[in-house]
Design a protein around this ligand. Structure first.
Ligand SMILES: *Cc1c(COP(=O)(O)O)cnc(C)c1O
Length: 387
């Protein structure tokens, strides 16, 4: 069977796929339909946090599958309660709402922001400030939050109530707070799809201060940066701020769909029964897997993430064909002198999978990628960058 042809005929063509059909994997090694092996430096876009077919995660998922696959939210289930408890204990947040994707986690954050505005200042205070060049998801409202015009084309009108500030320019955000009736600020700390750039620490502190002074909810989109990716459990912890809402998804599920919206002390009472919901949210199989993932992102692993990050920065910064290296932890963007797509293609031919973010080469390896595989992949990438 020609799977590529069947896909082309029957799957909606919303994705420009690489010419690669993956059929299996083990840790940071993936296998295509011809049996060729690849070192995986992308993890399904920061999703397979512990690589492919991770034994412990698989066991947690299978154990839950043998008990009960779904309950609905009309009833209690053990894994979702235990995951919410672990998330709160590790982050200082107070309550968690579970959904199935990053976009949905962000929709819930936006609802929290609007509810807060109504409660504190009045119904007309519904505007959320996000950043230019941000990415918050593909639903109409999270697209509206996304500060990149290209994503808005064809789908207007956008949801009302979003304005976009220039990143790392606190005066621009102050201007928007004055000009609009705002309820919240919603930002990524490392813009992922926008080109893997970390916000300045001082700027983030100023945003926190402004949010407090103006009584706006401080909401952080950690869909990509969360769950150990940046070298802290959540990136906000490394930035030393106390957000009111934190969203996450991607890596939390270890490969199964999950979204989580964590609510801090200012936001924990915003949702009463009936104000939000999700049929699959908190699904016991997904949350059992996520609990296993979260428990294993400990200080040792985070230290390893930071060491591997330092190795990549040191190896590629100033290397031949490299203009710049950006990002945080194991979320890294490389600006190359040559066209990024051609380097990505030649890496793939040599058995290394890397992806793109804007004009950069993006690296998102498993948090536990073995050193040897990491070094092999980076050496091949370095050679291709230099050609
Ligand atoms: C991937 C991503 C999203 C969207 O997540 P989905 O699960 O695809 O809906 C939102 N925000 C950020 C920062 C992301 O990286």
């Amino acid at each position: 069977m020609d799977i590529k042809a069947i896909d082309k005929q029957y799957v909606a063509p919303t994705y420009a796929r690489f010419d690669l059909h993956l059929v299996g994997g083990n840790g940071s090694i993936l296998i295509d339909e011809t049996g060729k092996e690849y070192i995986d430096m992308a993890t399904g876009i920061a999703v397979n946090a512990f690589g492919a077919c991770d034994e412990q995660w698989k066991n947690a998922v299978i154990a839950q599958l043998n008990c009960l696959q779904h309950t609905s939210n009309l009833y209690y289930n053990t894994p979702s309660a235990m995951l919410a408890k672990a998330l709160c204990e590790r982050t200082g947040m107070k309550k968690v709402f579970f959904s199935n994707s990053g976009a949905e986690a962000n929709e819930t954050a936006i609802k929290a922001g609007r509810k807060y505005g109504e409660l504190k200042k009045g119904k007309e205070y519904y505007t959320v400030i996000t950043l230019k060049n941000s990415f918050h998801g593909r639903t109409i409202t999270t697209l509206s939050a996304t500060g990149q015009d290209v994503f808005h084309e064809h789908f207007t009108p956008m949801t009302d109530g979003f304005v976009h500030a220039t990143a790392n320019d606190i005066e621009d955000m102050k201007r928007l707070v004055k000009a609009h009736k705002c309820c919240a600020v919603f930002i990524e700390l490392v813009q992922g799809e926008g080109g893997v750039t970390a916000l300045d620490r001082e700027y983030v502190k100023q945003v926190e201060k402004l949010a407090r002074e103006e009584d706006l909810l401080l909401m952080i989109d950690e869909v990509q940066t969360g769950n150990g990716r940046t070298g802290d459990l959540y990136a906000f912890m490394g930035y030393g701020i106390t957000p009111d809402v934190v969203t996450t998804a991607k890596g939390l599920g270890g490969g199964l769909p999950i979204g989580a919206t964590m609510l801090g002390q200012r936001a924990e009472t915003l949702f009463a029964p009936g104000l939000n919901g999700s049929t699959f949210g908190g699904n016991p199989v997904c949350t059992a897997g996520a609990l296993n993932i979260l428990q294993r992102i400990d200080d040792n692993l985070l230290q390893e993430v930071r060491a591997k990050s330092a190795y990549i920065f040191e190896t590629l910064q100033g290397a031949k064909g490299v203009k710049s290296v950006s990002g945080l932890g194991l979320m890294i963007g490389i600006e190359s002198e040559k066209d990024a797509s051609s380097i990505i293609a030649s890496c793939m031919a040599r058995g290394v999978l890397v992806i793109k973010a804007k004009n950069k080469i993006r690296l998102l390896p498993a948090l536990n990628i073995p050193w040897e595989q990491l070094k092999t992949a980076i050496e091949i990438l370095k050679e291709e960058l230099a050609k």
